[in-house]
Design a protein around this ligand. Structure first.
Ligand code: ADP
Length: 461
């Protein structure tokens, strides 16, 4: 309750005195002034509270000068605290002078038994806190000058200092010198601590500034990347349309041309060349667009329900002519006995994976070799696919790297076998999208097996 009252009072005062307009970024001067505001507030409250008993005591002991000193000091203190026009600098100076005069008066009046010495001692420390070490040492110097005057006064028995006549001059000198020395020590320690704290604060501020700058740069970079991603997506969508559409036009015309004159074999061969090359170009363009979409992270599954047996047969039948043409035994080793095997997955992506793997298997297997497509269901939630060949195989140190886009094992042989080096990268990403992982086992000169699993009930996250 007391804490809440104090916090509210402090809040009110900070607003009242206009201190709320100040900012922490000002550094040490801000914290010094804030500390001074707290000291001022606390001293005003404590001053009012202690005024009553000390006033009563002064009256009872017939020390009216003490009562006057207390009253003047308290009034000046309240004036400093509640006058709105005063600058912080003036407030601090008046406060210091006010407490100094009060201390000196108490000291003269009450001698060492009063609060004068303690007040002077404290004043030098708090001046160091709210005004810096220079002001602190200056205050000690003034304090020392006063003590010297006091010692002179005592030595020459000036009536003003009669409260000190009871002490031996030597003892009094040692006490006052000790007071100054200890005060110097403490002011030095406080100044040292503040300096180090200030340096640490500056360092932290600089770090914070650097961090803010870095954060802003990262945000900017992120925005730029997002914008570039958007542009990339738009570009891909446009390119996909711009390249595919004329290609479909060319292929459509080739089909017309085939129907136009069926007797001329040479003419039909030319049409075949247009069609085959057109289809290859379309495949390459589609693959490049696809890998760019995967790279941009904009590839998502298109889930439908379809018959897996039917899909496997479609894929098998579309590639059988190629295998036959090359003199390769091509087996459809589908072990799914269920007739109507409906699964929920992305048919297009599954077809693309299997076609890429089978095309490779046929491409990298010599005449007389064997390629097989196997499908196994080892539990209700997954289907596993195996594409096996007895081809040239892949060296073990290439097992990982061939899944990277554009990577080919035998770069020298590239022209002979064609290929863009992105089929496996697409297959791998698609396998992951369908809930599995594309793996490979291979031995050079013996053959390769690629396998992956897909979820039979794919749901979109
Ligand atoms: P490419 O269009 O070159 O076939 P892929 O990404 O499909 O690109 O394959 C990358 C490389 O992996 C191929 O260039 C080839 O060296 C190797 N590779 C892929 N499949 C096989 C396979 N069944 N047998 C031997 N090597 C293969």
């Amino acid at each position: 309750m007391l804490k809440r009252f104090w916090e509210r009072y402090q809040e009110w005062y900070i607003n009242y005195s206009g201190f709320s307009n100040r900012r922490e970024q000002e550094g040490l001067p801000y914290f010094r002034d804030k500390l001074f505001v707290s000291i001022l507030l606390l001293t005003s409250v404590l001053g009012v509270i202690s005024y009553i008993p000390s006033g009563i005591l002064a009256v009872l002991n017939d020390e009216l000068i003490v009562l006057y000193a207390d009253t003047i000091a308290l009034l000046v203190l309240l004036f400093i605290a509640f006058s709105r026009r005063m600058s912080m600098e003036l407030r601090k100076n008046l406060f210091s002078v006010n407490i100094f005069i009060l201390s000196v008066m108490l000291l003269i009046q009450l001698g060492l038994v009063g609060n004068g010495v303690t007040l002077l001692f404290m004043l030098n420390i708090i001046i160091t806190l709210y005004n810096g070490s220079k002001a602190g040492f200056k205050a000690i110097f003034i304090n020392a000058v006063f003590y010297i005057l006091l010692l002179f006064g005592v030595y020459y028995e000036v009536a003003l200092f009669s409260a000190f006549f009871q002490y031996q001059f030597g003892v009094l000198t040692v006490i006052l010198i000790n007071c100054i020395l200890f005060n110097l020590l403490i002011v030095f320690a406080v100044a040292f601590l503040i300096n180090h704290l200030h340096r640490a604060l500056l360092k932290e501020n600089n770090l914070q500034l650097a961090l803010v700058e870095k954060h802003a740069a990262v945000l900017k970079e992120k925005e730029r990347a997002e914008l570039s991603d958007k542009l990339k997506t738009a570009f891909l969508a446009n390119m996909s349309h711009e390249i595919r559409t004329p290609m479909y036009g060319i292929l459509g015309c080739a089909e017309f041309l085939r129907a136009y004159n069926t007797d001329d074999n040479e003419y039909l061969d030319y049409v075949n060349v247009i069609e085959e090359n057109g289809k290859s170009l379309l495949d390459v363009v589609s693959d490049i667009i696809e890998i760019s979409k995967i790279d941009a992270g904009i590839t998502t599954p298109v889930v439908t329900s379809f018959d897996i047996n039917e899909t496997i047969n479609e894929i098998y039948n579309s590639l059988r002519p190629k295998a036959i043409e090359k003199g390769i035994t091509f087996l459809n080793d589908n072990n799914l006995v269920v007739k109507n095997a409906i699964i929920k997955s992305d048919k297009g992506k599954l077809t693309a994976i299997l076609k890429h793997l089978l095309k490779n298997a046929i491409k990298y297997t010599e005449k007389g070799g064997r390629v097989s497509l196997k499908c196994i269901s080892y539990d209700n939630d997954f289907l596993e696919f195996y594409v096996e060949d007895t081809g040239i195989g892949i060296p073990k140190n290439y097992f990982k790297i061939i899944f990277d886009p554009f990577y080919q094992v035998d770069i020298q042989n590239r022209r002979a076998l064609h290929g863009s080096g992105i089929g496996l990268a697409i297959a791998k990403s698609y396998a992951e999208i369908l809930g599995g992982e594309l793996s490979l086992e291979s031995r050079e000169g013996i053959g390769s097996t690629f396998w992956f699993a897909i979820k039979t009930n794919l749901t979109l996250d």
